[in-house]
Design a protein around this ligand. Sequence first.
Ligand code: KG4
Ligand code: ZN
Length: 331
Amino acid sequence: MTLVLGIESSCDETGVGLVRDGVLLGEALSSSMAEHLRFGGVVPEIAARAHLDALVPTVRAALREGGLALSDIDAVAVTSGPGLASSLQVGLAAAKAYAVSLGVPLLGVHHLAGHVAADTLVHGPLPERSIALVVSGGHTSLLLLGDLARDPIVHLGDTADDAAGEAFDKVARLLGLGYPGGPAVQRAAERGDPAAIRFPRPSAGTYGFSFSGLKTAVARWIERHDGPLPIADLAASFQEAAVDVLTAKAVAACAAHEVGTLVIAGGVAANARLRAVAEARCAAAGITLRVPPPRLCTDNGAMIAAVGSMVAAAGAPWAPMGLAADPSAPL
Ligand code: KG4
Ligand code: ZN
């Protein structure tokens, strides 16, 4: 029975989770998102300072939620990358301080492995092999997974330019819908016709994506249009193009690698249309689809503790105290 404290601070969310043997016992989240709104994106200096303010209170809140004490913690897992360098450093420094003072081991966790592991907290262990589509503000990756605690992740494809979430955020800005764009585009799309405008489905190789061209196509359409913009139809048609290309490639990757389980994770996995289309296509192809609930799709500490819990169960090696932040960690 190993209680793992998980700390996530790669972007603008300070996330803390407590997981014992794959079971989430407590979690807390503090976000500096509101402080970045007027800048149109995350400001690293503001994010790092907010993590410093929030970290200890967030750990305390998670412990309180779980009815646990600091002395119950058996290991500390922390996001080591990829992410914003200064934000990662705050989380790492705090994780090391907790590990040293409690005399427990430290584990550095890859942020994307965390996004995938979030699903295990609600749907149990993953099968021996699976395909993951991790779609967030910073990543769009199609991955071939074995045992998350031991096996290296095989990278099948990535985006050649913008990440999927970035495309939602940029299109939201074009449509005057505010930041973060994903939820705003989804809401606007609910009243729109996804077939109103046929936007391109850009691709980059078999499993690669390209979202910058799709965003430009939306911008061009707006430039050429006279009169009031059909915001709902634009949002729905853009969302349909993005969802179509993401789900088609993920399902094709499962078929090509003879894998029966697809996990969709990351902030964009909260998108209702993505979930619906993926569900239909996976059902047609005989693939089991696993998507964490929306609150576990966006950045959180529970997902980092979940990876820590798997590593503890597998008896895999812990990280040295010299563990450094790896902002551009490759997958
Ligand atoms: O995983 P996440 O919280 O942070 C990163 O690691 O990037 O993902 C944030 C991204 C943002 O781009 C946001 O617009 C997008 O996820 N997002 C969504 C939805 N909710 C969040 N995109 C589409 N539909 C949503 N419902
Ligand atoms: Zn993330």
